[in-house]
Design a protein around this ligand. Structure first.
Ligand code: ADP
Ligand code: MG
Length: 201
């Protein structure tokens, strides 16, 4: 089977400073890659390259034609400046150009709010949430998207054990439905959920 997202000899430099070099990987439909490594080893940078947020300074990143990608970035403080409620933030995950949200989209968003224990917080603004509540909201926005590839940067780092378990169930469902998953994680138990491990640094 061919990879939904792959890299070939990818390298990246910030200014002149090399962060990644010679990274070759491929993630197939229905499989999960965990990217581990110490702080500063380039996990977030690699995920940004896979998502097309940054372009590699060497090598290539490829995505199967038409494959939609959902990214949960690690650094997300800019979004707090927007006056969005939790429910609005999650519904944004269903937006597509030139298409109104329909019943199925609202249902998907409501289901995701429930699944991540956010239903009671639906009307709150993002900046009124605890760190874990905010992280669950951003995860809900990422996971409610209908994508072929999910790229999640330390998705459960701020979460308690129960929330982490709910997230892992959602990841397993997306994967069983055929999505390709890439997640950066410090957590050995979380990395063990993956089919493949890439250790940086
Ligand atoms: N915007 C940036 N400009 C310059 N250096 C950066 C920038 N972002 C990250 N770096 C550096 O690149 C390296 C890798 O960072 P990052 O990909 O965030 O690592 P990780 O996610 O593994 O902690 C670090 O040394 C970091 O300081
Ligand atoms: Mg990081």
């Amino acid at each position: 089977m061919s990879a939904v997202v792959s890299t070939e000899g990818v390298g990246f430099r910030y200014g002149g400073v090399p962060v990644l070099s010679g990274v070759t990987l491929g993630v197939e439909a229905g499989s999960m890659l965990a990217v581990t490594g110490p702080n500063g080893s380039g996990k977030s940078t690699l995920l940004h390259l896979l998502a097309g947020v940054e372009s590699p300074t060497e090598g290539r990143v490829r995505r199967a034609g038409g494959a939609r990608l959902s990214l949960l970035p690690q650094r997300t403080s800019d979004i707090d400046a927007l006056p969005l409620t939790v429910a609005e933030c999650v519904r944004i995950g269903r937006f597509r150009p030139l298409r109104r949200l329909g019943r199925a989209d609202r249902l998907a968003a409501d289901t995701m709010l429930d699944r991540l224990g956010l239903a009671d917080l639906a009307g709150r603004r993002l900046r009124e949430l605890s760190g874990g509540q905010r992280q669950r909201t951003l995860l809900a926005q990422a996971l409610v998207q209908d994508a072929e590839v999910y790229v999640l940067d330390e998705p459960t780092a701020a979460l308690d054990a129960a929330s982490r378990q709910r997230v892992h169930e959602l990841l397993a469902e997306r994967r069983a439905a055929g999505a390709a998953m890439v997640l950066a994680s410090h957590d050995a138990a979380e990395s063990a959920l993956a089919d493949e491990l890439l250790t940086l640094g």
